[in-house]
Design a protein around this ligand. Sequence first.
Ligand code: GLP
Length: 254
Amino acid sequence: MFLVFPDSDAIARHLSARLVELIRNDPQAVLGLATGGTMEPIYARFVQQAKDSKLDVSRVSSFNLDEYVGLSAVHPQSYNHYMHQHLFNHLAFDEARLRLPDGLSVELEQHCQDYSDAIAAHGGVALQLLGVGTNGHIGFNEPGTPFDSRTHVVALSERTRVDNSRFFDSMDQVPASAITMGIHDILSAREIVLVVTGEHKARTMLNYQNGGITEALPFTALKRHANVHILLDEAAASLLDDQACRRVVQPTCA
Ligand code: GLP
């Protein structure tokens, strides 16, 4: 079942209320965090709701999905910088509990293994936020990635580099590779929330609805997980069967 909201702001209000509730029930919650344009309104709402409700986030831990290889943590297009800009800098997080892959790591293979091991040591994250690329990638797991993959280095597809070039000054500045949690790591989350917004993702969602489970469309791995929620705006849901959609007219507000 797809949960369809009027727009991305309605999704953001619903999801940030869910995050506030989760952290209130478990102040030491371990979150799996994502980047991308889709997540920006969600983090903005969460920051606002967390401040309004004086939520204590000081013991929350997090693992981010991915990072570009070759970009330092403070590079303006790094995902580390994105997370500080949109979330971490606005609330009293404990920096030591916030993890992203290190794009400048020299021992990349060991770094990737350590990252997966750290996620496993927490028993997987409590809730994994996910977006999806137009080619169905999750994190940076491009089409063809094995579903049993752990954190690894990936050569980015041309499609993904073009999609993400809007965040860079020019196409040649988009890194050629990235570190990403593997699909196995993502599926180890106890709950997964996939957020899909915009008309440009409508066909991707149609392929998800009509297709089976295939490595050619990485996010179909989510069909193997028992606790996945897929939240869409009307534009992203526009090609889906009506019977498969539940419309959320009055989203939960904090
Ligand atoms: C990037 C990220 C993904 C993200 C995807 C979609 O490639 N690595 O984690 O889901 O882009 O991004 P957007 O939300 O900007 O469409």
